[in-house]
Design a protein around this ligand. Structure first.
Ligand code: NAD
Length: 283
């Protein structure tokens, strides 16, 4: 079976490679090399954010790769301090300037911050709609939006988010938010797909990996893509970047899919902050 990365078609007609490369917690000094390695292996989708402090290095790596800009899908995100429309406009200009690109493929509101900004993420979303209209963001979406937040956008805004990027891994299935997305044409992007490594010692997953002669990371990433989600595992180790890329040349049967889905611990499995209360503002 050839290891071909499928494209997912978004609700605005654009397509996104289902597997990408995440750069959260990659130091700026290591980013050009890590992203360069990923592009060399064949990844064509990079997930960064203003908050990660490495947009400039992502842009540099894409340029150094020699690939045409149009061949690489680049996502960035609006940082938490810039939700007011004028701040969002300036922050988006800065993102494009740091990347040295004239557009991003996807731009997201990083967190809904419902306890800040008088609970108003709708005017922030309307500002992203401007970026889509002027073509500098080919697609726009959200991250860490709960069902109530998505319902509010549906009631008060024009554009349906092209994706919702949320925490999902075998210990935290995030089932209600995923189900809302499926019902409303909003694909899920699963962040921390291997729970930052915390699922790798799980005995059930270790057994499955041994049965299939794959690594646990490959089995878990395969589980995500068979559920239709978009993933972008992070690593700076060339061998792991390569390993994580090879997940389209085997299948998990239904029983194995269910065994992995059954590891869900509900809210107790959440590793990151709860979006309903998260209110971090960068200094
Ligand atoms: P992840 O689940 O991708 O895990 C990364 C960790 O697992 C790294 O420390 C790495 O050393 C290890 N690892 C990776 N591949 C491995 C392998 N094959 N074998 C063993 N260990 C391996 O966690 P993440 O980086 O938090 O999430 C992935 C991406 O999701 C991020 O880089 C970022 O782009 C995005 N993200 C978004 C948000 C958000 O709020 N929108 C939050 C967190 C992450």
């Amino acid at each position: 079976m050839a290891n071909t990365i499928p494209d997912i078609t978004l609700n605005d007609g654009n397509t996104i490679p289902q597997l990408g490369f995440g750069v959260y917690q990659i130091e700026p000094k290591d980013t050009v090399e890590a992203v360069g390695k990923a592009l060399e292996i064949g990844y064509r989708h990079i997930d960064t954010a203003e908050m990660y402090g490495n947009e400039a290095e992502v842009g540099e790596a894409v340029r150094r790769s020699g690939l045409d800009r149009r061949e690489v899908f680049v996502t960035s995100k609006l940082n938490n301090g810039f939700h007011r429309p004028d701040d969002a406009r300036a922050a988006f200009d800065s993102t494009l300037a740091a990347l040295k690109m004239d557009y991003v493929d996807l731009f997201l509101i990083h967190w809904p911050l419902p306890t800040l900004y008088d609970g108003d993420f709708v005017s922030t979303w309307r500002t992203l709609e401007e970026f889509r209209r002027d073509g500098r963001a080919r697609s726009i979406g959200v991250s860490n939006f709960q069902v109530a937040h998505l319902e509010r956008l549906a009631a008060e805004a024009e554009v349906v988010p092209a994706v919702n990027q949320i925490e999902v891994h075998p210990y935290f299935g995030n089932a209600d938010v995923r189900a809302y997305g499926r019902a409303h044409g909003i694909p899920t992007e699963a962040w921390s797909p291997i729970a930052q490594g915390k699922v790798l010692d799980d005995p059930t997953l270790v057994d499955i990996a041994e049965e299939l002669d794959r690594t646990v990371a490959q089995v878990v990433l395969r589980w995500h893509v068979q559920r239709g989600d978009i993933v972008f595992p992070k690593s700076t180790t060339p061998q792991r970047i390569e390993e994580n890329f090879h997940i389209f040349d085997f299948d998990l049967d239904d029983a194995t899919m269910e065994r992995i889905t059954g590891l869900d611990k509900g809210e107790a499995g959440r590793q990151g902050p709860n979006p309903d209360t998260f209110d971090y503002l960068p200094a």
